[in-house]
Design a protein around this ligand. Structure first.
Ligand code: AMP
Length: 616
């Protein structure tokens, strides 16, 4: 085990390198650093805006634009302009399909559990690459400002982000050339920014209310001896300031008889006017403006009526979070406001009345998370000596999966003691044994990491591929001893190994492994994506072959022949080393196979129903 800050002795990373704090948001992102001993967000070259719209645009040649420039393309080239990518991090098409209409770009409909891909022109991107572009932009903004290379970062994520989403965020950082020292929770960052951890030895309970443009989160935290614990989270991933804008627009349409139906440009113009009115009403008692030669306006009273149902929804979530944390409102010591929409005075008053407490709102609600991330970065850099340093895992620990890929189970910099588990399955019908190889390191291919040990889980009861559920757990105790346990959940067959200090590694070796992982990030992620595409393609080829065999009688020869051809065309791409070509061939095969699969299912169902009477 190692203590942070990690002292990297060689290569171009210097010990007093700056570590940046990044708020990678759904709508906007920000980067902050400690300058003159104070956390500060880094603004654009004109020194005006700290917020960078989390938007990525690709032109026809594959050139990239990020931020304000990309935002301008939202209306003119929506299919090439990717927004809200954070909503897709670590998600499959299955996870997001009910919100598909929300996205104006093309998310590949493969109806599977594999991670989503986005199609722009004839290229495919995944959310990690897209977030990587935003991070790269933020990195270069800081570098321009301080005239120094930036290599290390702390990035914030919502408290409810799962393992896959956190790992995706780490990977995005890596792709941008950043060594992500910590992923911290956004509400924890906000609490750090308000300095709630200082001047108190007593345990504190904190509610962080975060209402942005499109999402609402409430988190209840407990702070004790410098350590934050998330007691509960609640919220709504599709609720925010945008809903207020839409409600104002609809109110005007009714009140003034406006007609914007079928006209996207007019709708957009009205939405922008509504947003301006909302913002002005944070300062003034009423606003008036012109829309299509009509005088329109809004009073504070009307505005507050419009906001009420939205605020009520957020307060219902607050109630849920309190219930889950088993706390009364009166047990909350601090309420912190985060997100642009919390600037609304009526909202502040409502939240304050709900908790029966004055709210913390002295910091800019858009900046507070990034400022907290910068403070955490400063602690990691060892610049705040009074802060507690915890034992952490110096490198990621994981196992080898199909294709020689490293699957991280405990990410680097995790606090110990810790345990984490993930479920796996077999890849061959009737598979009896499963080899579990344990690795340490940051590279995506295990061949570039360090092998710590290996064992075989034997006597798995014979089942078709994909059916057994094998839980692999990594447990590190307070002494830093790692136990790896594999358990087949149906038969309860268990096998485990203990790995002692052999995985302790010298600082030089560790520094080298980290530097290697940064240096090879681009190629590693490309190889990983290619291997994943090949794995998926092999899986699809096998199931297509099964399908053709089982459905000879259901379909005419022509359909099955065509299916066979598309399958072979996919097989032909496997050795090409071209991920886009494989994905395109998969897509072609999938879109041809999907209606056939539905039809085959209908035939099966009607067969099953035949001859069966329904008794009541
Ligand atoms: P965020 O996602 O945290 O950047 O929040 C953006 C949301 O905050 C958008 O819906 C903005 O319209 C809203 N917002 C920004 N400034 C104000 C303001 N002064 N009053 C009300 N809402 C605001």
């Amino acid at each position: 085990m190692s203590k942070i800050p990690i002292n990297l002795k060689e290569g171009n990373i210097e010990t007093d390198d700056i570590i940046v704090g990044i708020d990678l948001g759904t709508t906007n992102s920000l980067v902050a650093i400690i300058a003159d001993e104070k956390p500060q967000t880094v603004k654009d070259s004109a020194g005006k805006h700290a917020l960078v719209p989390s938007i990525v645009y690709f032109d026809h040649k594959g050139n990239v634009e990020v931020g304000e420039e990309a935002k301008q393309k939202l209306i003119i080239e929506p299919e090439r302009t990717i927004f809200s990518v954070k909503r897709l991090m670590g998600k499959s098409y299955q996870d997001i399909k009910s919100h598909k209409d929300f996205f104006s770009y093309n998310i590949i409909d493969d109806d599977t559990e594999s991670l989503v891909k986005i199609e722009v022109g004839d290229r495919y991107y995944n959310p990690v690459e897209l977030s990587g572009q935003i991070l790269k932009y933020l990195k270069s903004r800081v570098e321009a400002k301080i005239g120094q290379k930036v290599k290390r970062a702390v990035i914030t994520v919502p408290a409810y982000f799962n393992d896959a989403q956190r790992q995706a965020t780490r990977d995005a950082g890596k792709l941008a050339g950043l060594d992500v020292l910590r992923i911290i929770n956004e509400p924890t960052a906000a609490s750090l920014a308000y300095g709630i951890d200082q001047n108190t030895e007593e345990a504190r309970t904190i509610a962080v209310y975060d209402l942005g443009g499109g999402t609402f989160d409430i988190s209840i935290l407990r702070l004790e001896k410098g350590i934050y614990e998330v007691l509960s989270t609640s919220g709504d991933t599709f609720l925010g300031g945008d809903d207020i804008d839409r409600s104002i627009g609809n109110y005007w349409i009714d009140k003034y008889g406006l007609d914007v139906k079928e006209d996207k440009k007019k709708q957009q113009a009205l939405r922008l006017l509504a947003e301006n009115a909302k913002k002005e009403l944070s300062q003034q008692d009423s606003v008036s403006m012109r829309f299509e030669n009509k005088e329109i306006g809004l009073s504070r009273e009307e505005f507050e009526k419009i906001c009420t149902p939205i605020i009520d929804k957020t307060l219902a979530s607050c109630r849920n979070a309190l219930r889950d944390a088993k706390l009364q409102k009166s047990q909350i010591d601090h309420v912190i406001l985060v997100g642009g929409s919390t600037r609304i005075p009526y909202l502040k008053a409502s939240v304050s009345a709900f908790f029966g407490k004055t709210v913390n709102d002295s910091l800019d609600p858009d900046e507070v998370v990034a400022l907290g991330a910068a403070i955490q970065a400063n602690i990691l850099a060892g610049k705040q000596k009074d802060m507690l340093l915890l034992d952490i895992t110096p490198l990621s620990l994981g196992i080898e999966t199909v294709g020689g890929l490293m699957d991280v189970i405990i990410p680097r910099n995790s606090k110990i003691p810790i345990s984490a588990a993930r479920n796996y399955t077999t890849s061959v019908d009737g598979q009896k044994n499963l080899r579990i190889s344990v690795f340490q390191g940051e590279r995506d291919l295990v061949e570039n990491n360090r092998k710590l040990g290996e064992f075989i889980l034997r006597d798995i009861p014979p089942m078709p591929a994909g059916i057994p559920k094998i839980e692999i757990a990594f447990i590190i105790d307070a002494d830093g001893i790692l136990k790896v346990r594999a358990k087949e959940l149906r038969s309860q067959k268990t096998q485990q190994i203990e790995i002692k200090s052999t995985y302790g590694i010298s600082e030089e070796e560790m520094a080298k492994m980290l530097l290697d992982s940064l240096e090879h990030a681009q190629e590693d992620i490309a190889v990983k994506a290619l291997l994943e595409a090949i794995n998926e393609a092999n899986h699809i080829i096998l199931s297509t072959e099964k399908f053709i065999k089982q459905n000879q009688e259901v379909f005419d020869n022509k359909s099955l022949e065509k299916l066979g051809e598309l399958k072979e065309a996919l097989r032909d791409t496997l050795d090409s080393g071209n991920k886009n070509a494989i994905e395109k061939a998969m897509r072609k095969l999938n879109s041809f196979a999907e209606p056939l699969a539905h039809e085959a299912m209908d035939v099966q169902i009607s067969k099953a129903m035949k001859g069966k009477s329904i008794n009541s």
